[in-house]
Design a protein around this ligand. Structure first.
Ligand code: FMN
Length: 198
C-alpha cells in the first residue's frame, strides 16, 4: 500500500490569498456626464442565484468608483487570452487621464439593459445594476443584480451550449495571470455512475 506523504504547513499572516480568481474588465460610464471607462477587477464573485447577483469590490480612490456610484450600473466583461495584456494595462492607468477604450483598441458596444457599454471583444458580458454598496475598509463592495447577459455567438456549439473551454479564459492569483487548463469534469461527475464498457 502506498504511504501517505507528510504534508508540512507554514503559518502566514491573514491576507487575501484566495486563488485563483477570475480577472475581469468592468466597463462603466457612457451616460451624459461620464464617458465610458474600464477598470480591471480581481475581487469579484457570484453571490446569489435568484435573483442572479454578483459583487465587485472597488477602492473609493479609483476613477471608476465615482462613475459606478453616480450611475448605479456597470458591466463585468470576461476577457480571454488575447486580452491579457490589455487586462493588465487597464489596471495600471486611470480613466481620469486616458480614454481606455480608444487606447486599448477595444470596442464599446450597446448593452441590452444599461446605458453603459459592453466590451465587444470579451466573450462574456454581464450587465449589472447596483442594489447595495457596502463600505468595508479599503474597498467598497457593490452588490449588483445581473440584468442582462451577452455571449459571443461563435463560441456556441451546434447544440447552443457555450463552450467555455474554447473561450481561452484567464485566471489570476497572488499577482500572476494564468491560462485555464483543460476540462477535467462537469458538475456532479464524482457521483455519476460510469458507463460500463461492453
Ligand atoms: C490584476 C488586477 C486586479 C485588480 N483588482 C482590483 C480590484 O478588485 N479592485 C480595485 O479597486 N482595483 C483593482 N485593481 C486596480 C485598478 O484596476 C486600477 O487602479 C485602475 O487603474 C483603476 O482605473 P480607474 O482609475 O480608471 O478606475 C486591479 C488591478 C489589476 C492589474
Amino acid at each position: 500500500m502506498a504511504r501517505k506523504e507528510q504534508i508540512v504547513k507554514q503559518s502566514w499572516k491573514p491576507g487575501n490569498v484566495l486563488s485563483p480568481l477570475p480577472v475581469v474588465l468592468v466597463s462603466c460610464g457612457g451616460t451624459e456626464n461620464w464617458r465610458p471607462n474600464i477598470i480591471t477587477i480581481a475581487w469579484t464573485g457570484s453571490v446569489c442565484s435568484d435573483p442572479p447577483m454578483l459583487s465587485i469590490s472597488v477602492r473609493p480612490e479609483r476613477y471608476s468608483f465615482a462613475i459606478i456610484e453616480a450611475t448605479g450600473e456597470f458591466v463585468v466583461n470576461v476577457p480571454s487570452l488575447p486580452q491579457a495584456r490589455i487586462t493588465d494595462w487597464c489596471g495600471m492607468v486611470s480613466g481620469s487621464r486616458v480614454d481606455k477604450f480608444a487606447e486599448a483598441g477595444l470596442t464599446p458596444a450597446p448593452a441590452l439593459q444599461l446605458a453603459c457599454p459592453i466590451i465587444l471583444e470579451c466573450p462574456v458580458n454581464i450587465e449589472c445594476r447596483v442594489r447595495q454598496s457596502l463600505p468595508l475598509g479599503t474597498h467598497t463592495l457593490f452588490l449588483a443584480e445581473v440584468v442582462g447577459v451577452q455571449v459571443t455567438a461563435s463560441l456556441l456549439d451546434s447544440r447552443g451550449k457555450f463552450r467555455l473551454d474554447k473561450a481561452g479564459l484567464l485566471a489570476y492569483g497572488l499577482g500572476q495571470y494564468f491560462a485555464l487548463g483543460p476540462v477535467i469534469g462537469s458538475f456532479g461527475f464524482s457521483v455519476r455512475k460510469r458507463r460500463r464498457k461492453k
